[in-house]
Design a protein around this ligand. Structure first.
Ligand code: GLY
Length: 423
């Protein structure tokens, strides 16, 4: 038990009754943070959305809008788009065909946080997460309670499973019924490399060395030489089944990809204005075909999103389970507090994921992770575990700091992840 004396020795009590607590951060890092000025113009860092909401949100910030409202404007564009199968209406469902949404946010200026998880029938969960801190003394609501809360506040209740998403789910049920999320995960003691590709390839980098010396590692792209042939045959079978299920030709490739590489598609947005007010928001339909009730990192404050008004904001898309284990967004913000740049903080957090698996690439190649990072002076980074998606697209993020652009992510490994669960 700490004594009264030890409590007092932690800090000094002022006349106003406010305790000052010594900072564990190095004096040098504190000085550097103090000297940082907010950016001259607003900055937004986010996933590439393919719509105009980032540009609109930027105009909102120029007109003086709240940074969380601007971040949510970008999230809402995706939540309201039935053709975006990673979030909101049209999101891919759980294994029972029910869409369950997760979201969290942090509002820097008021140092508030709100979160909802496993919400059915309400598409704008990003706004519901904000309502949690605006209308309750709680931070997190889940499941039926979160849904009732949203309905009580006037959010419309609707079926979130679109016809397109239902057909992709049917394709998963029929095409992959032996290959679901049941069974031990990659950290389970019984886990065996499903591809039988031992001994494990090791990454060609020092996972414990200084981040500044980090160079992209390389690993064998495919676990076995006939991998590409196997994927091609599997994709052709699934495409035929998609045809039988009346999945329109334009959606067939997407549907097949979602069975081969179930998505953890998510959107994170961090935004800052010239007053230095910073906020972050993350929203998702979570892992496609998940076990009902599964929550990933997106509703977890500190994993899917973390914002500290004094330091910056970060958020994640990708393998939620891995990100929870390194408290990714919080770790990044804390590393920036210690003086790391947004890039170095993101890369170091990715390396912690790799270290959690002792650098065993037979496991790591089953994972994806991307971080979106914004420091309080407007410096930013996008960092990814892999250089490309499984379909070969470079991992990229969107930034607006007066000019809208898409930039390639910094990455730890060349190539892409492979399928999990295995076929
Ligand atoms: N990153 C989203 C999820 O894992 O649910």
């Amino acid at each position: 038990m700490p004594t009264r004396r030890s409590f007092l020795s932690l800090g000094a009590m002022t006349a106003a009754g406010i305790v000052t607590v010594p900072d564990a951060t190095s004096a040098q890092a504190i000085d550097a943070l103090k000297q940082m000025k907010p950016p001259a113009k607003p900055v937004i860092v986010t996933r590439v959305t393919g719509d105009n909401t980032i540009q609109d949100a930027y105009k909102m910030l120029l007109d003086g809008a709240d940074t969380l409202s601007a971040a949510h404007h970008v999230c809402l564009g995706r939540e309201n788009d039935p053709t975006d199968h990673s979030v909101g209406i049209g999101g891919l469902p759980n294994e029972e065909g029910v869409v369950e949404l997760d979201s969290c946010c942090m509002h820097g200026p008021t140092r508030s946080a709100g979160s909802v998880g496993g919400v059915q029938n309400i598409k704008n969960v990003c706004l519901v997460a904000r309502k949690v801190f605006e209308h309750t003394s709680h931070v997190m609501l889940v499941g039926k309670g979160a849904e009732r809360f949203a309905v009580d506040l006037g959010f419309p209740s609707e079926n979130l499973l679109t016809e397109d998403a239902r057909k992709v789910w049917m394709l998963w049920k029929e095409g992959n019924s032996q290959m679901d999320w049941w069974g031990p995960g990659i950290t389970g003691p019984q886990w065996k490399d499903p591809y039988g590709d031992r001994p494990a390839p090791k990454p060609t980098m020092d996972l414990h060395g200084p981040t500044s010396q980090l160079r992209p590692g390389t690993i064998p792209r495919h676990p076995t030489p006939d991998w590409a042939e196997f994927i091609r045959a599997r994709a052709l079978t699934l495409a035929r089944m998609a045809d039988d299920l009346d999945i329109p030709a334009a959606n067939r490739q997407f549907a097949v990809e979602q069975i081969l590489w179930p998505s953890t598609g998510t959107i994170h947005v961090s935004a800052i204005n010239p007053k230095g007010e910073i906020s972050g928001a993350t929203t998702t339909s979570g892992l496609a075909w998940k076990i009902p009730g599964r929550l990933g990192d997106s509703p977890v404050i500190g994993a899917g999103c973390y914002t500290d008004q004094d330091i910056g904001s970060a958020g994640a898309t990708g393998s939620g389970e891995e990100n929870i284990k390194v408290a990714g967004a919080h770790t990044i913000v804390e590393l920036m507090r210690q003086g790391l740049t947004p890039h170095d903080a993101g890369m170091e957090t990715l390396r912690r994921i790799v270290r959690n698996h002792n650098g065993d690439m037979t496991r790591i190649r089953l994972l994806d992770m991307e971080y979106y990072i914004l420091r309080k002076d407007g410096a930013y980074a996008g960092c990814s575990l892999w250089s490309t998606s499984p379909t070969g697209k470079p991992r990229a993020f969107a930034v607006h700091d007066g000019t809208y652009r898409v930039e390639k992510c910094a990455y730890l490994f060349e190539g892409s992840s492979i399928a999990w669960p295995p076929f």
